[in-house]
Design a protein. Structure first.
Length: 389
């Protein structure tokens, strides 16, 4: 609940600042415009009228400046600042009414300016209702006192106070409806934001599902081909070697048949995690389906001589025994290898070449004849290759 209130306050802050700035500009313009009316409605010296109006203009401009330059501080002390500015504006009007002679128009009609101030406090500015009510009480009481000591007829005073109270009541109802609509807009915005987050998350999930193997969470064939295409372009531009390893597990079917698909799936996931820990950033790894994996490694141009050592490392990683549900299981690996630029200059050519070499290795594997072996020998085609090999 507290979090929701804070979010709502944060939501209102831009509106609070905008309203305060608009009020500052409007107040300054009205003071300048009504300075001409003062010369007609008041018998005061022009210098006194300029000083009174000038105080309001300076306070309004100060409000405008603070809301920009010290926005965080302004928001923190928003109510006392707006309360003070409103009282300054109202006090200037009441002062001119007090200084007016009984024959001046200001003595009877300037109370209308107080209605404008009161309406702004409720309907335009974002003052808390109790703060605005206290300010309105001060304004109406001060006006009633000044009008009374200036000799305003009781009937006229009563009517003017009734107008001021009517302005306050109208402002309160306007504030209530405005706040209700703002709250509804906030809740609607929050709902749309949450819906967007959910849809974005769902879209991410769908994208992940479309590009990754469900069991191992490795990239699938379509996705790794895209990644290999990018790596191949890098290899061509940077004069590097792209090494493709096509890995097929030996003895996996025997594990599946003997202990069931759950154990077989656990073996596939275990191998996937081992291979993930072997590659480095920039390399590619995929489960193509079944018990086949594809690895793409980026090597320096002279790194091709290490290919056999690399393949032996991956073979050892795959062949290392694993504990699955309390059973010590083991698979072997048949690995076919292809390298750019020796065996092709497209991803399709390289993958096909590695696939054929994997089957050549597979045809030479040692047959697993019992569940106790639960695995097979690992077979690779020795390096280096030639395109005609």
């Amino acid at each position: 609940m507290k979090s929701d209130v804070r979010e709502y306050q944060t939501y209102l802050e831009p509106e609070m600042c905008s309203s305060a700035r608009a009020t500052a500009i409007l107040g300054s313009l009205l003071c300048i415009v009504f300075l001409a009316a003062d010369a007609y409605a008041l018998s005061l010296p022009l210098s006194e009228m300029i000083v009174i109006r000038g105080v309001v203009v300076l306070s309004s401009l100060s409000l405008f400046f603070v809301s920009f330059a010290y926005q965080e501080l302004f928001i923190r002390f928003y109510n006392p600042i707006i309360f003070s500015i409103s009282l300054i504006a109202a006090s200037s009007i009441i002062l001119m009414i007090h200084l007016a002679s009984p024959t001046d128009h200001a003595a009877t009609v300037y109370f209308v300016g107080l209605i404008i101030v009161i309406m702004l406090m409720f309907a335009w500015l974002f003052m808390r209702t109790e703060v605005a009510l206290s300010g309105v009480t001060i304004i109406i009481s001060s006006y009633a006192y000044v009008a009374h000591i200036n000799g305003l007829a009781t009937t006229d005073l009563f009517v003017n106070i009734l107008f001021l109270c009517s302005g306050a009541a109208t402002g309160i109802f306007t504030q209530i409806f405005r706040n209700r609509h703002l709250r509804q807009n906030f809740l609607l915005t929050q709902s749309l934001k949450e819906l967007l987050e959910v849809k974005t998350e769902e879209a991410g999930d769908y994208a992940h599902q479309a590009n990754h193997d469900e069991l191992t969470a490795l990239p699938n064939r379509r996705y790794i081909i895209q990644k290999l295409e990018k790596n191949l372009q890098i290899a061509k531009q940077a004069d590097k070697v792209l090494l493709i390893l096509f890995i097929d597990l030996n003895g996996f079917k025997l594990i599946n048949d003997t202990y069931g698909h759950a154990s077989g799936d656990a073996v596939l996931v275990k191998i996937a995690r081992r291979l993930e820990q072997t590659i480095i950033k920039g390399d590619c790894l995929s489960r193509l389906g079944g018990d086949e994996y594809l690895v793409g490694l980026m090597l320096d141009k002279g790194g091709l001589i290490e290919a056999e050592e690399i393949v032996n490392k991956f073979t050892a990683i795959v062949s290392y025994p694993m504990n699955i549900e309390g059973k010590k299981l083991k698979v072997g690996a048949s690995i076919g290898v292809a390298a750019y630029p020796e065996h092709g200059d497209t991803v399709e050519q390289l993958v096909d070449f590695a696939d054929k070499k994997m089957y050549q290795a597979k045809n030479g594997e040692t047959t697993v004849e019992s569940a106790e072996q639960l695995g097979g020998e690992s077979n690779i085609i020795s390096f280096p290759y030639t395109k005609n090999a």
